[in-house]
Design a protein around this ligand. Structure first.
Ligand SMILES: [Zn+2]
Length: 232
């Protein structure tokens, strides 16, 4: 069975703009492209409470949330790989594709630290979601070759399908909507001002309730998720 997961980071506890609450909490965040390694922010003062950097969420194609975690200081590929290994400890549980905005960086890190050969190579490919892929460097051969969400060379027939327009002409189209996690993020954005200043324990409870609410709604709409695969 082909399964595709989407990973997204949500700056739920901290704005990525230096003009937002992050600045008032004393943290200066460097601007980071999605295919460049993250730098850890420097604190200009220690008079305010520290914040987590972001929330990492895993969801399936219809938007049902599988898991989420808070990430401290920076969203590094190493932390993403650790999160994925924790959620999917066995080979059978791993998905065929994992879609993430910085998939090429995650792939580089997995190859460098040995987890690619040890954990991922036989089961999974990391691909970039369609929206962020346009910002990845065109000359990055490894990104274009291994992380392309819609290769037209026939190397990933599960990701690209042939459809027909009104005149019967064939054309390629993406088989999946890789933006569901971003759409989930947009919904969660409505609660941003409430959860931004919470203590971790309150945040965990509130966030879990939000995830449960959206996932319950989506599960009713989709109606095909197995309870043992998606415990929410
Ligand atoms: Zn890339």
């Amino acid at each position: 069975m082909l399964r595709l997961l989407i990973l997204v980071e949500e700056a739920a506890l901290l704005k990525t703009s230096n003009n937002g609450p992050a600045a008032s909490s004393g943290l200066i965040l460097p601007k980071q492209a999605h295919d460049e390694h993250a730098l850890e922010g420097e604190r200009s003062n220690y008079f305010t409470a520290s914040c987590y950097y972001c929330v990492e969420t895993i969801c399936v194609l219809c938007g049902v949330v599988i898991a989420w975690t808070k990430i401290d200081k920076s969203e590094s590929p190493t932390k993403i790989l650790e999160f994925l290994e924790k959620v999917y400890p066995t080979e059978e549980s791993k998905s065929a594709y994992i879609c993430i905005d910085k998939a090429c960086l995650v792939l580089h890190t997995a190859v460098a630290n040995g987890s690619w050969d040890r954990v991922w190579k036989s089961t999974t490919r990391f691909i970039v979601d369609a929206y962020h892929y346009i910002n990845h460097r065109a000359e990055d051969y490894l990104c274009r070759k291994w992380c392309n969400p819609a290769p037209k060379d026939g190397s990933a027939p599960n990701l690209v399908v042939v459809a027909y327009d009104n005149r019967g002409n064939p054309y390629y189209k993406r088989a999946f909507n890789t933006q569901t996690c971003e759409q989930l993020n947009a919904w969660l954005g409505g609660f941003d001002s409430i959860i931004r200043r919470m203590k971790p324990s309150n945040f965990d409870c509130y966030k879990q309730t939000l995830m449960y609410t959206i996932t319950s709604t989506l599960r009713i709409r989709c109606g095909h998720h197995r309870q043992d695969m998606y415990p929410y």
